[in-house]
Design a protein around this ligand. Structure first.
Ligand SMILES: *Cc1c(COP(=O)(O)O)cnc(C)c1O
Length: 425
């Protein structure tokens, strides 16, 4: 029987047998020993499962991937060395030169560059749509070579909530999977697969780790997309892979075809694996994810309400606030709260915003978000500084936007720090 999410956070993944370590061991080894040449050969042909080289599989990494897979309700998961690598692999696993895919224009700045600049250089074209467009206008962006639709459950930094069911239906109508970056919501607050999403990704660097100790990512396969039904679109999954003696992923691995290809082909060739030590740290974070997310959301709700009432604040975007543009979608997809990230602007100039941030005491300015410690960032001068004001606005990021990531300290202390910094503005 399936366990509840809190129990999976604590108990999922590593299952020690008699006399084995209770806590997940760090298998800090590149390689694994076998007795005969034949045993090793069978591993290389994917005829037997077993560890042989950490780039392809490592017991520490696998245990953590298994826990996240269970949290998201997938059929298989693969850890990567960063969230960037996870999103790249998730798309590149089914797109090649000459292909096209669609995403929203409000996604994380790093993903925006990856899709719009770097993948373009690989011959993969991306169309950035505005999720506020009507269905007809968005559907007109699908082409015969379109291979997937990509979105973020809660966009970073704008806080837009993605209408998962709407876009899952649209993607499926055009014979392609929906891929969702679920970094901000985490599986505690939203499980996109339950709403029709096919592939889920995360930057585990954020809430999953929660303590700012490791950079990592993960891809989870729902196993629900029928690649064979659209075989002509996905030859990488439905025709022989010459690098494995003509193996066909959908025939050999069924519902795990997509995630097996990502691991045995992309990870083998591109090699962005996390170190086992990092996976151990990620697992420690996951053990308390359910407790931390609840507190992040509770604190953020109080801080957002305080900001909204503050006369020095020009505007607040937080989908937990009644009247927020995304309130209704948040009630549907994120009934227990979304995340601890609030976007807001202070009245005055861009310099006033910077002065406010510089006046903060324990709330620190860091290029990070979704950490136990409250922190702030000004995307226009930090993470998104490559974008023009026009591109920022298109992505729903106002040049005066301050991204406040509310931590799990006492909420009264967080508000007091904000208040004293505003007083000095
Ligand atoms: C941070 C982030 C990423 C990139 O992840 P890294 O671990 O920094 O490579 C991708 N998507 C979202 C939503 C993020 O917040």
């Amino acid at each position: 029987m399936g366990k509840n999410i809190e129990t999976i956070c604590v108990q999922g993944g590593w299952q020690p047998k008699k006399g084995e370590p209770r806590q997940l061991p760090i298998y800090q080894s590149t390689t694994f020993k076998y007795d005969t040449s034949e045993q090793m050969a069978r591993l290389f042909d994917l005829e037997d499962a077993g560890y042989f080289y950490t780039r392809l599989a490592n017991p520490t990494n696998d245990a953590v991937a298994a826990k996240i897979n269970e949290l998201e309700g997938g059929v298989g998961a693969m850890l990567t060395s960063s969230g960037q690598a996870a999103n790249f692999y998730a798309v590149f696993n089914i797109c090649q030169a000459g292909d096209h895919f669609i995403t929203t224009n409000n996604i994380y700045g790093g993903t925006f560059n990856l899709f719009g600049v770097t993948m373009e250089k690989l011959g993969i074209e991306c169309t950035f749509i505005d999720p506020d467009w009507d269905d007809e206008k968005i559907e007109a962006c699908f082409k015969s070579n379109t291979k997937c639709f990509f979105g973020e459950t809660i966009s970073n930094p704008g806080g837009a909530v993605f209408d998962i069911e709407r876009f899952a239906k649209m993607a499926h109508k055009h014979g392609v999977p929906l891929i969702i970056d679920n970094t901000f919501a985490t599986p505690i607050n939203c499980r996109p697969i339950e709403w029709g999403c096919d592939i889920v990704t995360h930057s585990t660097t954020k809430y999953m780790d929660g303590h700012a100790t490791q950079v990592g990512g993960v891809i989870i396969d729902s196993g629900n997309f029928d690649w064979d039904a659209h075989a002509d679109k996905f030859p990488g999954l439905t025709t022989p892979d010459e690098s494995y003696h003509g193996l066909i992923y959908t025939k050999a691995f069924g519902r795990q075809a997509y995630i097996t290809k990502a691991l045995t082909q992309l990870m083998r060739d591109l090699g962005s694996i996390p170190g086992p030590q990092n996976s151990f740290l990620l697992n420690l974070g996951l053990e308390t994810l359910h407790l931390r997310m609840a507190r992040h959301c509770e604190n953020a709700q109080k801080v957002a309400e305080w900001l909204q009432k503050n006369e020095k604040v020009a505007w607040v975007n937080f989908s937990g606030l009644k009247g927020d543009k995304y309130y209704d979608l948040a009630q549907k997809y994120l009934p227990n709260g979304g995340c601890g990230v609030i976007a807001f602007g202070v009245k005055g100039t861009r310099e006033d915003a910077i002065r406010f941030m510089d006046n903060l005491e324990f709330i620190s300015i860091v290029t990070h978000v979704a950490d136990a410690r409250t922190c702030v960032l000004h995307p226009a001068s930090h993470t998104h500084r490559q974008l023009t004001d026009e591109q920022l606005m298109e992505g729903g990021i106002r040049p005066d936007l301050i991204r406040l990531s509310v931590g799990i300290e006492n909420v009264n202390d967080i508000i007091a720090d904000l208040e004293q910094a505003m007083a000095k503005m």
